[in-house]
Design a protein. Structure first.
Lengths: 297, 376
């Protein structure tokens, strides 16, 4: 029997038992061809994804003159921080980056603080209205940001909260809260209740059992959800451009000045915006499938 | 005992209140913005006093003719009196009708209270009235049709491509070739990339001095750079936007598909293999139908997001040449341009309507398919 390196997902390539020698060799050839073609497709897609990132990276690490040059080379030559420095020193960039970080961190904190008790409640308790609430939270996820941003802007102006980091952060938290609640709920659901029961047998109150036993175990999953909130807030542009004027976040700053910006500025800015995302997604990639799979339960 | 029962509700309460505050309340506010006009109108009265009947209303800054005046007295806190005038005025209201009646000196700007023949309305009461004016303005706006058309065109092009690519990516990952985890990371990279960054990336490729032209000219396929992004080359711009969105947002769908695939019972697929189905047949008759629930949810979420496409379009095509619904929303809101939250709210509401309609359509379409299948 030939060994198969395929998972049953695509169907095992192991042929039925009673086959002649020739068929077996033909089957093996077919299997190799199939495996090779999967590789080809995988590499093609990988190139498709990586190429634009590589290209913008060359622009980010070139001199501004090299960015304006034509034709452009596919390798930075020379490698220089000149363009990046030009971008970072441009007016408003560092400030808006700081604003972006502040807003994202605030959104993360608010969202996590609200989601953890809510997720725990959904995970551990059976109560009337549980399914309705879950359904409600799920449908809120689908809400268009555009519809929320306009009236919130008006309301914030009225309340004197306009153009502040904390108000934008609150809105981002509201946008990510449904997802975070459901993720936290599934994280808690995957941890057996026996741990808390055991802790309570040994004299802990329910709160202590939660705090000392379950919460530490849940931290990686909760952290992954928190990171997602951060990335979402960092990237968010429509609400940001509506709700901030003097305290712009980075995407709002770049978008607002896009038609007046030079190419070197744009390219460096684009690269700068996607670096944190690259880093964060690297750290939470293992959780990604868990996050979605559990969301659907 | 009772407190135990309340505990889950208490834990949920902050989140629910928060969500209500940030979703339900803006929704109501949005309806108000879209359908109510706030204005200031002067109530013109039948008699020269505040309690008389109102015969008509005049808008601010309306010029009126002074037909007569009545001098009354008002009493000051210290007991002294001073004259207080009412004027009989005549002017045209917003609908073009002539309004004649009395208004006090509080509400008019008049050069000389005793002698002037004309005055101007400067004060009145705030009123709110339901109106379809904003909706009408949106529907008749010259950019509305093209914004709607562009948005729909983008959706029709992007979504099928994304789903096909996502399924391919998911199947590749599912094959567990060597290096799968590296491919997993690479395929998931665009997850964290914002639509603005993606737009800039693909702009750098399609712009006149960009990489695509560099490649074409450098290899001699073209004499001089082709200007992809300009008025008249809308198709190229649409292509660039479609590529940017497919590049960026496919990973999200891929993750959903992979999770769905992992949940599939492998027996079905193996049975198909044993019975001689090739890959395409296995895909079409076994895998895809079983994936339908996941795909349905992904489709709804992705389409709703697609109706709000904004930064990609601005990054590649600018704000003026090619517009989408979200861009129009921002344009109307922008304090430096039209500064009309009302119009912005109408556009946003329209996006919402489309999103709802599409979701219902998807749900109903899938349900009818299931019903048809059950009837067999």
């Amino acid at each position: 029997m030939t060994e198969s390196t395929y998972s049953p997902g695509l169907g095992s390539a192991a042929p039925p038992v009673r086959v002649k020698q020739m068929s077996r060799r033909r089957a093996k050839l077919r299997q190799n061809v199939r495996r090779a073609s999967v590789y080809v497709v995988a590499i093609a897609i990988a190139i498709w994804i990586l190429l634009p990132i590589w290209l913008i990276m060359t622009m980010a690490f070139s001199t501004s003159d090299a960015v304006r040059a034509f034709p452009k080379s596919f390798l930075p030559d020379p490698i220089s921080f000149n363009n990046m420095q030009f971008f970072l020193n441009s007016e408003g960039v560092l400030r808006s980056t700081l604003n972006s970080v502040i807003v994202a961190v605030l959104a993360l904190v608010i969202s996590t603080l609200l989601a953890v008790p809510a997720g725990y409640a959904i995970a551990r308790f059976v109560f009337r209205g549980r399914d309705a609430i879950r359904l409600g939270i799920l449908s809120v996820r689908a809400f268009p940001i555009v519809v929320l941003a306009v009236p919130l802007a008006v309301v914030f102006i009225r309340l004197g909260m306009y153009d502040q980091a904390y108000s934008l952060a609150m809105m981002h938290a509201a946008l990510t809260l449904p997802t975070t609640i459901l993720v936290v709920a599934s994280v808690f659901m995957s941890l057996p209740y026996e741990f808390e029961e055991a802790a309570q047998v040994f004299g802990c109150t329910r709160l202590q059992a939660f705090w000392r036993v379950v919460l530490p175990l849940a931290v990686p999953g909760i952290a992954a959800a928190a990171v997602l909130t951060f990335v979402l807030s960092w990237n968010e542009v429509f609400a940001a451009i509506l709700l901030t004027i003097t305290n712009r976040t980075l995407p709002a700053q770049i978008l607002y000045n896009l038609d007046k910006s030079s190419d070197p500025f744009k390219f460096a800015g684009g690269f700068f915006m996607l670096v944190p995302s690259l880093i964060f997604i690297f750290f939470i990639r293992r959780y990604l499938f868990n996050l979605w799979g559990q969301l659907n339960k | 005992m009772n407190r135990q029962k309340l505990l889950p509700y208490l834990l949920l309460l902050p989140s629910l209140i928060y969500l209500l505050l940030f979703f339900a309340y803006p929704m109501l506010e949005s309806l108000q913005l879209a359908f109510r006009r706030e204005g200031q109108y002067l109530a013109v009265r039948a008699e020269p006093n505040d309690t008389a009947a109102v015969v008509g209303t005049l808008a601010m800054q309306t010029d009126v003719a002074v037909l007569g005046r009545e001098r009354l007295e008002e009493t000051l806190p210290n007991g002294r009196t001073r004259p207080f005038y009412w004027f009989q005025i005549e002017g045209t209201d917003a609908a073009g009708q002539t309004v004649q009646g009395w208004a006090s000196q509080r509400d008019l700007f008049i050069e000389s209270r005793t002698e002037s023949e004309t005055a101007r309305v400067v004060n009145g009461q705030s009123t709110q009235e339901w109106t379809l004016e904003y909706v009408q303005r949106m529907l008749s706006d010259y950019r509305f049709g093209s914004a709607l058309g562009t948005t729909i065109l983008l959706i029709v092009l992007i979504i099928p491509l994304q789903f096909i690519l996502a399924i391919i990516m998911a199947l590749v990952l599912q094959a567990r070739i060597r290096g799968s985890s590296l491919f997993l990371y690479i395929f998931a990279i665009p997850l964290g990339i914002s639509d603005l960054a993606s737009g800039i990336l693909w702009y750098s490729i399609f712009t006149q001095r960009g990489f695509l032209n560099s490649f074409l000219v450098g290899t001699g396929l073209l004499e001089s750079p082709f200007i992809f992004i300009r008025v008249g080359n809308e198709s190229w711009m649409i292509l660039a936007i479609v590529l940017a969105e497919v590049w960026r947002a496919t990973s999200i769908v891929m993750i959903i598909v992979v999770s769905g695939l992992q949940a599939l019972p492998s027996d079905y697929v193996e049975a198909g293999q044993v019975f001689g189905a090739n890959l395409w047949q296995r895909l079409r008759y076994i895998i895809l139908p079983l994936l339908k629930p996941s795909l349905q949810v992904a489709l709804i979420l992705r389409t709703i997001l697609a109706f709000q496409v904004f930064a990609v379009v601005v990054a590649i095509a600018g704000r003026e040449v090619l517009s989408v619904l979200a861009n129009e929303t921002y344009r109307w809101y922008d304090p430096q341009r039209y500064n009309s939250p009302n119009m912005a709210a109408v556009y946003a509401g329209f996006i919402m309507l489309l999103s709802l309609g599409i979701s219902l359509f998807y749900l109903r379409a899938v349900r009818s398919q299931e019903e048809a299948a059950n009837r067999l």
